[in-house]
Design a binder for this molecule. Structure first.
Ligand code: ASP
Length: 732
């Protein structure tokens, strides 16, 4: 599926962050503050700001005076000058002061660009002495303020060199507060700020800081690795034009009446033109992509892809290049990072910590090594098999047991109890929890109490559940009836069910009916979804061990086209064929036979399209492209049945292909998702500095903004009345 499908079909649920922050409170424990309270306070700030413009000349002079004091600040000494006996200046944010007595205190100064804080010591003996004055200055400085501190480097307690001890120790010589941190923002451990205060969340969440630093590191490592593998980095326009590539676009109106740009859903067409242009054998880009999709958990309207393309290459070449990149990335991470549990968080997520930072001061933190991945080629699975055996186009290979079809052994009396479908397919999956039947029963009860609507309100019927219990008639599987029970457990007669029916007490058997039709729409079947839910719940309840391995696989052999659904979220190519391209309309058929099928039975044609999946997450997708203009045009015009205007939108690409474009293929990694998975969080919001909300809003900067009458005028736009406007959300 396209990388859009990463977010379209992502089944990860987000752990909603709890919002805790103290303002104007002297209490040490965090208390809840709503986003509304916070934004009210920023409104108040704005108001106060406007009042301040009427300040008296004296106040103004004072303000400028204060500003001047921080405008010129002592430059920081080079890091290698931190030697015992030297006098140095360090910059950073002031930590919380630790008063040892009335006459001595320690405080950390943390520079965002350095992995370890500098410890500053202040002590005095004689009242009124310069040391006493300094101590008072330190006490007056608000924690978290940016400061420049000058002092004498002292011998830090403990054994070893400064490097080994981690923290340098400074005897306070002077302190310059560069912009006092306001006292009304109270920060405590694990504090969660509302989305309107993303700057504070980034400032005070070590986990977020570490993940953002990790993201930057993975990006710069990737740049180096790809460049040395012969790829060249290109930038492609963000102001593009509307083309029916598949997803719904964002439009950017221009001052030219009736003209608009569209933001690219991916740089797909540009990277193909680059291949035709012969400027590089391999292209890559950290590309911003924009898709106006319905938002769900873990879906962002703008996101980053690590986008690749290779000329004179097949899909196989690209898959191998991506596999090499991934394995080398893991090798690098294994050597450079460890994963720590996020002790300040309210979840099970991990934080990647550079090994180098651990050896400097964080030695006591409990961490685990970064998971390694095997050198073996990544497993490959065809799409139909993934859907049939795992109920998903992005199977999580850590989940034990496959799905088996059982409708051939079931009596119609049973089938009609679980579905009203005529002639359905019935799938079954067995979950082994290694507990007693009664423990399994309780687990199932809890699971079924909170089923997502796609399972609990499935029009094809609810799942049937049975617990294997040898003390019960037909071992607890009596609803199947004698005959079906006999068949199910007869491995000689049904060897295809042997892995399902080697039951043990406490095993949970889940059955689900579905329509007898090809798997076209991707995503998950209801049983696939239930399998995932059950696995996650069992891990959460510690009934199954948490598996921290990374199980990569390629899903290949996707259908080239997908029938258009009436309620489809994506507009597709707007053709009249009744189907649209599964990946995008530039994808090549898989084999010669599939090429033949394009004209005879296009819905049976498979594409040379591959998705990279790890642990149930689609990391990215790509395909071999149609590199011959006439074939590309025929697919658009004759197969997808796009009209002249639609095809004409791709004129630039067809021209480029026509000019002797070499065979080429490519791939795009969802970079946000990759970093999220690698840093041990299921949420891309944890690895994006300024994520958007479920409504597609950035609450910190309050975007999108309402258009003003002047803007409407400038861009020749007029708003329709709210009544006639479909999907209007201007009232929000
Ligand atoms: N442009 C595709 C996407 O965004 C990726 C590719 O085919 O290279 O999913």
């Amino acid at each position: 599926m396209t990388t859009a499908a990463v977010s379209r079909r992502g089944v990860q649920t987000l752990m909603a962050s709890r919002s805790q922050v103290c303002r104007r409170s002297m209490r040490a424990v965090p208390r809840q503050i709503s986003c509304r309270q916070f934004s009210l306070s920023s409104k108040r700030l704005a108001k106060e700001g406007s009042k301040k413009s009427k300040v008296s000349p004296e106040d103004k002079a004072k303000l400028w005076d204060e500003y001047k004091q921080s405008f010129h600040f002592t430059p920081a000494s080079p890091p290698d000058s931190l030697r015992v006996g030297g006098t140095v200046t360090v910059h950073g944010f002031l930590g919380k002061r630790r008063d040892i007595s009335a006459k001595a205190a320690f405080v950390d100064v943390v520079h965002p660009g350095q992995s370890r804080p500098v410890q500053v010591r202040s002590a005095w003996e004689v009242e009124g002495s310069p040391e006493h004055e300094l101590h008072l200055q330190l006490k007056a400085a608000n924690s978290y303020s940016p400061v420049a501190v000058t002092g004498l480097v002292e011998e830090a307690p403990g054994e070893g060199t400064l490097e080994e001890k981690g923290n340098a120790l400074l005897r306070l010589g002077s302190i310059q507060v560069l912009n006092a941190f306001p006292r009304d923002i109270i920060v405590s451990k694990g504090v969660q700020f509302p989305a309107t205060a993303r700057h504070l969340q980034m400032r005070f969440s070590e986990a977020l800081q570490r993940r953002l630093a990790f993201r930057s590191d993975v990006a710069s490592w990737s740049r180096k690795q790809l460049t040395s593998a012969g790829f060249r980095e290109f930038e492609t326009p963000v102001l593009f034009k509307s083309t029916p590539e598949g997803a719904r676009e964002f439009i950017v109106p221009t001052r030219r009446r009736g003209f608009a740009y569209a933001l690219p859903q991916s740089p797909q067409q540009f990277k193909q033109i680059l291949m035709a242009s012969g400027v590089a054998g391999g292209y890559f880009q950290f590309a911003r992509c924009f898709r106006d999709e319905d938002l769900r958990a873990d879906r962002q309207p703008e996101f980053t892809q690590l986008d690749l393309e290779m000329s004179f290459a097949t899909g196989e070449d690209v898959m191998q290049a991506v596999e090499r990149y991934t394995k080398e990335l893991f090798a690098y991470l294994g050597e450079t990072y460890r994963l720590a549990k996020n002790t300040a968080g309210d979840d099970n997520k991990t934080i990647p910590i550079p090994i180098e930072a651990l050896s400097k001061g964080k030695g006591t933190l409990s961490t685990r090594p970064y998971a390694t991945i095997s050198d073996e080629p990544f497993q490959r699975m065809v799409y139909d098999e993934a859907m049939a055996k795992y109920g998903s186009d992005k199977p999580d290979l850590r989940i034990p047991g496959e799905i088996h079809r059982v409708d051939h052994i079931l009596p119609s009396s049973f089938t009609s109890m679980i579905t009203s479908l005529e002639d359905p397919v019935v799938d079954a999956w067995r979950l082994r929890l290694d507990g007693s039947p009664s423990e399994s029963r309780k687990f199932v009860q809890r699971l079924f109490d909170s089923l997502p609507p796609a399972i609990g309100k499935n029009p094809d019927g609810m799942p049937a559940v049975m617990i294997y219990d040898s003390s019960k008639p037909l071992c607890g599987l009596a609803p199947l009836g004698h005959e079906a029970f006999g068949e199910l457990t007869d491995a000689d007669e049904h060897p295809e069910l042997a892995n399902l029916s080697d039951f043990e007490d406490g095993d949970v058997l889940l059955l689900q009916a579905r329509k007898r039709e090809p798997f076209f729409s991707g995503g998950s079947t209801a049983l696939g979804l239930l399998r995932l839910e059950a696995y996650r719940a069992a891990i959460e309840e510690e009934l199954l061990p948490y598996d921290d391995t990374f199980r990569f696989l390629w899903v290949v052999g996707f259908p080239m086209f997908t029938p258009t659904e009436a309620d489809a979220a994506d507009p597709g190519q707007g053709g009249h064929a009744g189907f649209s391209a599964t990946h995008h309309p530039f994808t090549a058929p898989l084999t010669e036979q599939d090429f033949e099928l394009l004209t005879t039975d296009p819905l049976r044609a498979k594409a040379d399209h591959y998705d990279l999946v790890v642990n149930g997450v689609e990391l990215g997708g790509g395909s071999r492209r149609i590199h011959v203009a006439a074939v590309q045009e025929a697919v658009m015009r004759d197969i997808l049945k796009m009209d002249d205007a639609g095809v004409a939108q791709f004129g630039h690409l067809l021209e480029a292909l026509r000019a002797g474009c070499p065979p080429h293929a490519g791939f795009a990694l969802g970079f946000d998702r990759l970093v999220a998975v690698l840093s041990g969080t299921g949420s891309v919001r944890d690895v994006i500095a300024f994520p958007k909300s479920m409504k597609g809003e950035d609450q910190s900067v309050k975007s999108p903004g309402r258009l003003t009458p002047a803007q409407l005028e400038t861009y020749h736009l007029a708003l329709r009345s709210a009544k006639t406007s479909q999907g209007d959300d201007t009232k929000k």
